[in-house]
Design a binder for this molecule. Structure first.
Ligand code: UFG
Length: 344
């Protein structure tokens, strides 16, 4: 089966391309290189033993995407391409709505036109907003508290309505990621954000590499195990494999045979996390244990908009997809460091 991976040269996309190819899928990548680099295509090829097709294309460019669909006729789409900075989305919401929601609309229209059956959407735990923990898929969604999160919630809705139309001809999986970190165990793929990282793990990696002097811990007075923020970190290769499991699930479902759970029977929603929370201090300690490198840090004030603690209930993905995260926080730190050491 041929799978179009939008944003396939990015952090999560590139690892997912590897997992798909290793599972026998043909991969076509669409990526505009706005937050990725072209040499990732070769790195994927080195690991997977085969070069994925690559189109330099902006997914909101309907004409360019139409040419891709005409030439490649993908049977499934995994839609990663999107902007992902929360503060930038507050500064420039229209940029986020135009890109993140616009790309979803273009893909659904092309699925309809070309008869593409499956779509897996890269959603986020951020859609739960300030909710009871652990987050469960049957909770009221669309509680995102910033424009970035709302683009994810809106794309979910668009895909759900689209998949419910046309008699269930199209099937969708909405995967709500928790905090993806780590890197491919080869050290050939990983996360390398442009500029000063906004996220915890890339920041720790750069402090470890001596590229930044000191990590600031945003808040030490939260009502958590040690006062610092708690998140459900998931190894990017576990996350990549969840996409393969979700695609297999969609392929196995016959039209109109979906289980429902109050959604259209064409859409399945899964949390992709480990079900375990780790605090910022615990992450620093895990990194030091896994790598032997000291991380300099200082306490700072809370970051606006951060929640104290959240993690997934990950039972549904295990039950319905037969998928479960296997890698530990130490594995995430070791692989992230192994990758960081290879970055010039
Ligand atoms: N943190 C620090 N110092 C830093 C960076 C982060 O202490 O320099 C703390 C944060 O306060 C938080 C934790 O580390 O407690 C994790 O922060 P990240 O920025 O790595 O991740 P977030 O949980 O804030 O956000 C991530 C994604 C978002 C997504 C969100 C929803 O970056 O895109 O998860 O699950 F919306």
């Amino acid at each position: 089966m041929k799978v179009l991976v939008t944003g396939g040269l990015g952090f999560i996309g590139s690892h997912t391309c590897v997992s798909l190819m290793e599972s026998g899928y043909d991969v076509v990548i669409a990526d505009d290189l706005s937050n990725s680099s072209a040499d990732v295509q070769e790195r994927i090829a080195k690991i997977a033993g085969k070069t994925p097709a690559f189109y330099k294309a902006d997914v909101t460019d309907q004409a360019a995407m139409e040419r891709l669909f005409s030439a490649e006729k993908p049977e499934a789409i995994i839609h990663f391409a999107g902007f992902k900075s929360v503060p930038e989305s507050v500064e420039n919401p229209l940029k986020y709505y135009a890109n993140n929601v616009g790309s979803t609309l273009v893909l659904c229209a092309l699925m309809k036109r070309f008869g593409t059956r499956f779509i897996i959407f890269s959603s986020s735990a951020t859609v739960y907003g300030d909710n009871e923990i652990p987050y469960r898929e049957d909770m009221e969604p669309c509680r995102a508290t910033n424009p970035y999160g709302r683009t994810k919630a809106m794309s979910e809705e668009i895909i759900r309505d689209f998949a419910a139309s046309e008699g269930g001809r199209h099937k969708a999986a909405l995967l709500r990621y928790f905090n993806p970190v780590g890197a491919h165990e080869s050290g050939l793929l990983g996360e390398d954000p442009r500029g000063v990282p906004g996220n915890l793990m890339p920041y720790i990696q750069r402090v470890a590499a001596g590229k930044l002097p000191c990590l600031t811990v945003y808040g030490t007075d939260y009502p958590t195990v040690d006062g610092t923020g708690v998140r459900d970190y998931i190894h990017v290769m576990d996350l990549a494999q969840a996409h393969v499991a979700a695609l297999r699930k969609l392929e196995a479902e016959q039209p109109a045979a979906g289980a429902g759970r109050g959604d259209s029977e064409s859409t399945y929603i899964y949390n992709i996390g480990t079900g375990r929370g780790t605090s910022v201090l615990e992450m620093i300690q895990a990194f030091e244990r896994a790598t032997g490198v000291h991380i300099e840090y200082k306490a700072g004030p809370r970051r606006a908009g951060d929640l104290p603690e959240y993690y997934a209930c990950a039972d549904l993905a295990e039950k319905e997809l037969g998928w479960k995260a296997k890698r530990s926080v130490e594995d995430m730190c070791r692989d992230a460091w192994n990758w960081q050491k290879n970055i010039k």
